[in-house]
Ligand binder design. Structure first.
Ligand code: DC
Length: 224
């Protein structure tokens, strides 16, 4: 028997977190977004002017402490009791998060936090990230790998962040996503890639409703 986990992985802007949140709601399960922990450590390091280097970053995470706190609407990241959901989405954090997430000690710490959060929900949970199906829960009962065309992903990112999307902004965002995908896919540790047994889903021409319905149907079958 595998873990009662729906693992949703894929590159930035593929719609993972929006999709995972809606799938979790439909299944009545919590949603755990692993990227928020990488972002929270990055934010704490930038604020404390701590260099991007393994042991000191993890010590910082333990000392603050950074954790996922369960609220009525799902898990949200906290630093020392303060909700940092918005602060972790700034461009300053986004620019540095790939470097932080390439550090082994940081990855081990995030994986432990994520597994601890999920252990409280034996009925199941929906997780999104880059390596949930390959590393964090290789025995997940359902693995989805979401992709979408680069322009579509860039448009979604700009919309999500409330930024304008004229051709210049769009071009810059496509380049920024390509840089981050390149860094996430080529790192030595837990690189971004589909698990061999993942269901590949290209969402370029799909509505959110259709994606969610498709994954929910697969999850009900996998969990039955
Ligand atoms: O999904 P996101 O943009 O919030 O993720 C932020 C960064 O964290 C992303 O550049 C890659 C990294 N990440 C990761 O390496 N592994 C995960 N499971 C989740 C995120």
């Amino acid at each position: 028997m595998g873990s009662r986990v729906v693992a949703i992985d894929g590159p930035a802007g593929s719609g993972k977190s929006t999709t995972a949140a809606a799938v979790a709601r439909a299944l009545g399960m919590p949603h755990v977004e692993s990227g928020t922990l990488y972002r929270a450590v990055t934010l704490a390091a930038l604020d404390a002017a701590v260099p991007v280097e393994g042991p000191r970053l993890v010590a910082l995470a333990h000392a603050l402490p950074i954790r996922l706190d369960l609220t009525a609407s799902g898990f949200r990241p906290e630093i020392a009791g303060t909700d940092v959901s918005e602060a972790i989405r700034t461009e300053r954090v986004t620019a540095h998060v790939s470097a932080v997430s390439a550090i082994g000690e940081v990855r081990r710490w995030v994986n432990e936090e994520v597994r601890r959060a999920v252990a409280r929900y034996p009925a199941g949970a929906v997780l999104d990230g880059r390596d949930i199906g390959t590393v964090v829960f290789p025995d997940a009962l359902l693995k989805i790998y979401l992709t979408a065309a680069p322009e579509e992903r860039a448009r979604r990112r700009l919309r999500q962040e409330g930024r304008p999307s004229d051709p210049d902004d769009l071009g810059r965002e496509v380049a920024e996503l390509a840089r981050r995908d390149g860094a996430d896919s080529s790192r030595a540790l837990a690189p971004l890639m589909p698990a061999p047994d993942a269901v590949l889903l290209d969402t370029s021409g799909m509505t959110l409703e259709a994606q969610v319905a498709h994954i929910v149907a697969l999850a009900r079958k996998a969990f039955s």
